[in-house]
Design a protein around this ligand. Structure first.
Ligand SMILES: CC(C)(COP(=O)(O)OP(=O)(O)OC[C@H]1O[C@@H](n2cnc3c(N)ncnc32)[C@H](O)[C@@H]1OP(=O)(O)O)[C@@H](O)C(=O)NCCC(=O)NCCS
Length: 215
């Protein structure tokens, strides 16, 4: 069993804990040591698991430790990954809920990703490092997901779509096949995207329109 900590204390961190428990029930792999509280919530225990370590203590640990980023904010995912990535003795496994449907030989999953319960991924899907795909999302053939991007529940990404880095796809959004979503663009919940997006802008509605620049 490998020691592992989950960074974060909110809903996403707890989802990841649930996924690890479900995987461990099938084949024990990780001893989860605790949630890492980076926002000083003051909580001692969450879902029966202790809240431990400050960020600096984590960086100084001298034993091998697996780390999962349990935050659904693209920018925070990127910044924490950057801070910790070169720390000796830390590793960043991908956590995949056992109910996810995909062929491991036909899908590429980089380090530090999370794939939640019920996600469907078709052949040729490629998740770059630290991407996150939330419950029941579907990614059709050849979808590319850039680093730190987050796909929220029930999103429906059609074939050969290319998401850049730090792209947020809102819950239940639909993306037409073959589109490119530029780095740091956001698609709101329930949107139907029919055109490419430009960098650093938010879109929503049906058909989705650019509503604002992201700050
Ligand atoms: C698109 C989004 C990122 C915009 O967030 P924001 O910048 O904080 O925008 P606000 O919430 O301040 O909303 C601004 C306006 O846009 C509207 N709006 C926001 N999101 C919208 C959406 N997806 N579709 C239609 N209108 C939307 C709001 O009603 C508000 O209108 P108003 O000014 O007339 O009241 C956000 O609304 C969104 O969809 N996030 C994803 C949420 C999600 O997937 N949740 C699941 C978590 S697991």
């Amino acid at each position: 069993m490998k020691d592992l900590v989950i960074i974060g204390t909110g809903g996403m961190a707890r989802e990841i804990y649930g996924a690890i428990k479900a995987s461990n029930d099938l084949a024990p792999q990780y001893e989860v040591q605790g949630f890492v509280d980076m926002e000083m919530t003051g909580l001692d225990v969450i879902d029966g698991l202790k809240v431990i370590y400050s960020e600096s203590e984590l960086a100084q640990l001298d034993k091998p430790l697996a780390v999962v980023i349990g935050l659904a904010d693209c920018i925070k995912r990127a910044s924490i990954a950057k801070q910790l990535r070169d720390t000796v003795n830390l590793s960043f496994p991908s956590i995949i809920h056992p109910s996810a449907i995909y062929s491991p030989e036909l899908v590429n999953i980089g380090q530090g990703c999370f794939v939640a319960a019920g996600v469907v991924m078709s052949p040729g899907v490629d998740l770059e490092a630290f991407a996150l795909v939330n419950i029941l999302a579907s990614l059709a053939h050849d979808v590319q997901v850039g680093s730190y991007s987050v796909i929220n529940p029930h999103a429906n990404i059609s074939g050969a779509v290319n998401l850049g880095k730090r792209v947020l796809i809102g819950a239940s959004a639909v993306v037409h096949q073959g589109l490119k979503l530029a780095d740091d663009s956001t698609l709101g919940m329930g949107a139907v995207l029919t055109r490419n997006t430009v960098e650093n802008a938010s879109y929503f509605g049906n058909p989705a329109r650019k509503i604002m620049e992201n700050s």
